[in-house]
Write a protein of this length. Structure first.
Length: 454
């Protein structure tokens, strides 16, 4: 039914390194930009919350446009790979610009933050959507898609680990007491490292064609490919990225103020990347439980980890905090890989049901979910700081501020995970997918595999 061993290891690693490069910039933004805006650039937390929501909403709105453009891209290198080459330099440059601190009025700082964040988000859209959207063109085997996506995310987690653990020490090293200079130079270093990784992915990945489909899908026609399983994964992805952002950006505040231990922030950040352990186990779990079952297992483990963290706050126990973060991270690691690979399955389902295959449009729609989730998460975390009367750079915070930080770090994730766990009960595509692929193969007929490489 499926061709196997379609993606050689050189290609898998090159594809994964593109996610390493992406996360060197993306995780810097998702983890440290709130702190940078409030405590370094001097913008109020409430203003930052509104900024995050508005910009992410606008940014998410560009995803459907980007998907439409990508679906209409046709080059000798394929639809998706050229964007790694075209967008790597603008993406890195805009990442640095977002972490500069020009001497402006309060209003000027706000306008600067809005404009640079919007431009950075647009560059991220046009380099990240192709990275995800090319997955169905790399393999038509769902198990291999899980494996390729897991490898991609392992490398992506390496990029995130580097940023999470080494950013504050690098800021201290480069800044020598000047955090503004330290953040700018740290982001410059990450950008310089990211560019050749994207170019390597452009050179060493391959797009394959398995089904006869329209070269150009009109937007009205492409809308027919949306479907209920896609919507379930869409909502799940939105919730996951809400959790990812609100927890990541709350970590610095939670550890520094709720535990009074700023010195262990890098350790806690590092424990977040025990997700890599889970990613290595995904092929085993998906063979045993399927994609949906593995995701539900990860959610349950994530909830248990959050409850252990709450116990750590009651007991003021650092070892228990480490344990909760570690367990929760392993649970979280079972989720994102499947969110990406299950979208590929819903694309197959959309073609099976409607006769229309719209990779770029459906992937851009799922990226909209991620960005909207990030926008809500970023806004909610910042607004909670403002609601709790957080005071930047203070030695300690009020009880209301500590409660707000705790809610962002622990209870928002628990509530969101519980809702997704219930929603996934209505996802039924796991058992149907092999028959869908067989039907598509019969419907479209045997075709010679076409690749876009050089």
């Amino acid at each position: 039914m499926f061709k196997v061993d379609q993606v050689p290891w050189k290609e898998r690693i090159s594809y994964g390194l593109a996610d390493t490069a992406s996360n060197l910039i993306f995780v810097m933004v998702s983890t440290y930009l709130l702190y940078f805006y409030t405590d370094v650039f001097g913008i109020g937390a409430g203003v930052v919350g509104t900024l995050f929501l508005i910009v992410r909403f606008l940014d998410a709105g560009t995803d459907l446009f980007a998907g439409y453009v990508i679906d209409r891209t046709s080059t000798k290198w394929g639809k998706f790979r050229p964007y790694f080459l075209w967008m790597c330099l603008p993406f890195a440059i805009l990442g640095v610009i977002a972490f500069l601190t020009p001497d402006l009025s309060t209003e000027g700082k706000i306008w600067y933050a809005y404009s640079t964040y919007i431009l950075l988000g647009l560059a991220y859209t046009f380099i990240n959507i192709p990275l995800s959207a090319m997955l169905p063109s790399m393999s038509n085997n769902p198990q291999e898609r899980h494996e390729v996506t897991s490898i991609r995310l392992i490398f992506g987690q390496i990029g995130g680990f580097i940023v999470s653990v080494f950013t504050l020490p690098l800021v201290s090293f480069f800044g020598d007491g000047n955090e503004a200079r330290g953040f700018a130079l740290t982001m410059t270093l990450f950008g310089i490292i990211a560019i050749p990784m994207f170019i390597n992915a452009f050179k060493n990945t391959t797009e394959r064609q398995y089904y006869k489909t329209q070269e150009v899908v009109p937007l009205k026609e492409g809308m027919r490919a949306f479907n209920l399983p896609w919507l379930i994964i869409f909502i799940s992805k939105m919730a996951f990225f809400f959790i990812f952002i609100i927890r990541n950006q709350s970590t610095v505040y939670f550890v520094q103020y709720n535990f009074g231990r700023q010195d262990i922030v890098p350790i806690v950040m590092g424990l977040n990347y025990l997700t890599i352990v889970a990613l290595l186990l995904i092929p085993f779990f998906t063979k045993r439980f399927g994609g949906k079952g593995t995701m539900q297992l990860g959610i349950i483990i994530g909830i248990i980890g959050s409850l252990i963290i709450y116990g750590a706050t009651l007991l003021s126990s650092i070892p228990l905090l480490y344990l909760g973060v570690g367990i929760g991270s392993i649970g979280l690691g079972l989720i994102p890989s499947l969110l990406f690979s299950l979208i590929a399955d819903t694309i197959d389902y959309g073609e099976w049901k409607s006769g229309v295959r719209a990779n770029g449009l459906l992937y851009s729609g799922s990226t909209f979910a991620a960005k909207f989730g990030m926008g809500i998460g970023g806004a909610a975390g910042a607004w909670m700081l403002a609601f709790g009367n957080y005071v930047p750079n203070a030695d300690s915070q009020s009880a209301s501020a500590l409660s707000a930080i705790e809610f962002s770090y622990i209870w928002f994730p628990v509530i969101s995970f519980t809702l997704v766990l219930i929603l996934l009960q209505f996802y039924k595509l796991d058992k149907m997918h092999p028959q869908i692929v067989a039907d598509l193969k019969e419907r479209n007929g045997e075709i010679e595999e076409v690749t876009a490489k050089n």
